[in-house]
Design a protein around this ligand. Sequence first.
Ligand code: AMP
Length: 602
Amino acid sequence: MEPVIGIDLGTTYSAVATLDSGRPALIPSRAGARLTPSVVGFTAMGERVVGERAQILGDEAPERAAPATKRFIGKRWSAALEKAAKLVVPYPVLAGPQGEVRIKVAGRVMPLTQVSAMLLGELKLDAEAHFGRPVSKCVITVPANFDEGQRQATREAARIAGLEVMRLLNEPTAAAMAYGLVNSFQGRALVFDLGGGTFDVSVLEMENGVYEVRATGGDPQLGGDDFDARIVQWLVAQVPDLYREAVVKDRVSMQRLRYAAERAKRTLSDKPEAFISVSELGDHSSGEGRFCQLDTALTRAFFESLSEPLTTRCLDVCRQVLDAAKLTAQDIEAVMLVGGMTRMPLVRELVTRFFGHPPVTGVNPDEAVALGAAVHAAELSSRQGQTVLIDVASHTLSVGVLGGTVRKLIPRNSPVPATAKDAFLPGRTGQTQARIPVYQGESDFADECTKLGEVVLHELNVVNRADVPIEVSFELSNEGTLSVRAVDTTTGMAEALRIEARTTLSTSEVDSLKAEQAAYSEAQAEKDKALAIQTFPRVLDKAERLVRLLEKSAEENPSPEADTAVGQVKALLAQGRVAVRLQDTGQMAEVTRLLERLVALS
Ligand code: AMP
């Protein structure tokens, strides 16, 4: 069967996983790492680097690398967004032709979906190297509070990367699925997912393979970067007065401070104090070369007091989501921590105090989401019905009405798929067309919600507005795609709108980015293939040594099991030799995997 993968496209780190003999397992990157930093960069020679190499490049030359772009994907550009971005990322954010956000990195202006596509493309290559053959079908996870635009942009990125998305899955749900499967857990669980850029909470009931989300919520502007920003503010206050203004304006200096702050934050998860030393703080653009150095120490206790407003916000979100699920903290049997920030001891303490018991262990917080995505991908591809997922709408969906308000048709946290219908009257007598704007958001006021699009009904004949009711129906699919239909009930004329069709880039731009990505991937895949062919003989050498070892031990301690083990490795060895003759990298990858499993079991 064609391999399928689950992808956690994270703000700071990404991971790819698959189901291996019924258990989810991470696919290591080609560099041998479990996680891939979500960073894309370009060297001075113009070479594209992704993951760890891009992260290292960014530490040396911040203007050449783009970390944390997920913060802005699928968003509309605004001056406020640009200002907020300055505090957390080293690159400028610009407005694209459709009002979308683009970034400038190493002198190139890039759509965010292209940056995400480069990350996805890298994970795809990792999976292809693992399986030794092409992989396209996947499940990609997104924060539960991602809105329609952000989901669309993620799909667009996947399209550019040449991936077929079977489903977008909410991250907390994915984590719960992995936990449920690995630990055979049944009951009420809350997933507390504090990552680099976002905070998500979901409450689920898990029973016999049925995962029912009861409520979900979050704060899309709360994550590890905000904790870093608090430390950065504290550091800036310690910069000598003479340099402070220049440092705040200087991207390189600010990136150095952010980097040091993040390191210190991690250190404080293990130690009571972190020493911070940042050099060359000043104006890097003028070439004057007047820099200062900052040496200081941050204690865990002080960092916790700096973080208090942020941790308070986390618990507020938990309360809101429990309220929406009509549950209390005491009803929750298992709290699962997901996201790198949950390694912070204070977060664990607060969770323990709030729920009255410590969070569960057993699934690595950095890996749970990708593992759950792999579980769901396997289920969608095999359709064996072993797991059933009932999710909820993460935002309220409404129709705009007169007076700048909205009428809510599908409230947030309604189980999906969901349908709703309502009748609306035209605004005035004599009008020949009606515009029905569709909004997403929790406010009663249209201008505080996000407009998803509008359905336009033409050829209306409104002699008396009360006589021409327009029926609007919403249909929300189980992965959050909305279809809207409006019918003039007097004539039966109808118009439909599938919000899914909305993308951030023009079709021609998507096509050209896709072609560019495909050419890059093809060249990389060729290199990976050559490398696999070159290194596989070493695997066969290992297998030969293993056969000799097993034969020796079978001679010394004869048993049917020992004979089976010898037979299994010999069969793999034979399969491997055929693979070499045929230059079949798929077979080579399979032999390698099976051998590794045998070695791990023996
Ligand atoms: P994620 O998006 O889930 O990969 O989360 C990444 C966030 O977790 C970043 O803000 C990291 O700085 C933070 N993080 C990772 N490891 C630790 C740690 N040991 N202690 C505190 N924060 C961490």
